[in-house]
Design a protein around this ligand. Structure first.
Ligand SMILES: NC(=O)c1ccc[n+]([C@@H]2O[C@H](COP(=O)([O-])OP(=O)(O)OC[C@H]3O[C@@H](n4cnc5c(N)ncnc54)[C@H](OP(=O)(O)O)[C@@H]3O)[C@@H](O)[C@H]2O)c1
Length: 350
């Protein structure tokens, strides 16, 4: 039996254990992927520290964003052959987690695609979870999302309109900026640290309001110096529970749409009276009610990445593969991740 290295969480709220476990065999409709990059997310840190997600099937392997090579193909698999370069959304379990050297994936899942030839494994691993968290509630049809472009119609344009992204420096925020740009918004304002100005402008932001100088509570006033137009589209990617949602709502014009990067939002009491709508989802294409749009999204995502419409996040590749993960994850909980995605290559584990 061939063995691989995996970072295992034996039980809730315990330290990770670097283990040798069997390389999985693919069932019907499944592929084995040799993981060449796995991106880390704040939720990985929160699961390990406080078991934030219900029903994780411990022992479990974490890691939700994977890029790698198809290593083995199960019975009945069509569309994938050994050697294909793929990126995908992984899951929290021994077989399907990303923080191991080989993982399983069902090709019936919507959230897998082929990596464009000029993009690296590490770059594409930055995309799946946080792109979905921005794209599903912005683009998918009402009532799941704001319905800005459910079918990726190239004719859709919001030319002349402004949009606001609170937390543009975050991974989700970087994708929200790019999606507003893809939709043709003319003015894309983001509330982020000014040290990210050049980078966020390269993604499509037109104005940065410096979060180190302007408090969330004074953001509505600060916006007035940027545009006099009513803002009907706002995405809150960061600081959601620390006043970000309230600030986003306060910046939103009557009849506008507020999207937050969490599935459950606080109910705003006057939302109905003012025609303001609020959306928030899990960033997963393979759970209801997201599946129909999720299939459409993953059909388009590799092309959008190939064409440079969607650029991967800026990234920091951590040394020593899986061994660096236990020390890296707490950075999410202490503000130690700033405008980058953390990525490991499990094959580098020594
Ligand atoms: N619904 C879902 O399924 C789902 C999925 C993924 C993520 N999320 C949520 O989305 C949020 C963002 O996740 P992420 O992975 O994108 O995070 P991340 O990249 O780790 O976020 C770090 C960035 O957030 C910025 N930031 C922190 N607080 C801020 C504030 N009050 N205002 C503006 N910027 C702020 C930091 O700015 P500086 O650079 O200035 O320090 C840093 O650049 C998190 O709350 C996460 O839980 C939800």
């Amino acid at each position: 039996m061939s063995l691989q290295k995996a970072l295992v969480l034996e039980k809730a709220k315990t330290p990770f254990v670097l283990s040798s476990i069997p390389i999985p065999k693919p069932g019907a409709g499944e592929i084995v992927v040799k993981v060449l990059a796995c991106a880390l997310n704040p939720v990985d840190a929160a699961v390990q520290a406080i078991d934030i997600i219900p029903n994780v099937p411990y022992p479990a392997v974490l890691g939700l964003d994977v890029a790698g090579d198809v290593e083995e193909v199960g019975e009945g698999v069509e569309g994938y052959v050994k050697g294909d370069r793929v990126f995908l959304s992984a899951g929290y379990s021994m077989a399907y987690g990303g923080l191991q050297q080989y993982t399983l994936k069902s090709v019936a899942d919507p959230d897998i695609g082929k990596i464009p030839s000029h993009i690296s494994y590490s770059e594409t691993a930055t995309i799946p979870l946080t792109f979905a968290t921005a794209a599903i509630p912005l683009l998918s049809a009402n009532p799941i999302g704001a319905g800005l472009n459910p079918h990726f119609d190239p004719k859709v344009s919001f030319d002349g309109e402004p949009a606001l992204v609170i937390g543009g420096g975050s991974s989700v925020g970087q994708f929200a900026i790019q999606i507003y740009k893809y939709l043709g918004f003319s003015t894309i304002i983001t509330y982020a640290s000014s040290k990210h100005t050049e980078y966020l402008k390269s993604l499509g932001a037109t104005h940065i309001i410096d979060r180190t100088q302007v408090s969330l509570s004074t953001l509505p006033d600060a916006l007035k110096s940027v545009t006099s137009q009513p803002i009907k589209n706002v995405y809150v990617a960061s600081g959601i529970r620390e006043g970000g949602e309230e600030a986003g709502y306060a910046c939103l014009a009557h009849g506008g749409q507020l999207v937050v990067a969490i599935p459950v939002t606080k109910k705003q009491e006057d939302a109905e009276a003012t025609g303001r709508r609020i959306y928030g989802v899990y960033g997963s294409a393979k759970i209801e009610p997201n599946i129909e749009f999720g299939k459409e999204m993953w059909k388009n995502l590799p092309r959008l990445v190939d064409e440079g419409v969607i650029k991967p996040n800026r990234l920091e590749v951590l040394p020593k593969g899986l061994l660096s993960v236990p020390d890296a994850l707490p950075r999410f909980l202490t503000g130690g991740v700033s405008g980058v995605k953390l990525v490991v290559n499990p094959q580098d584990t020594v």
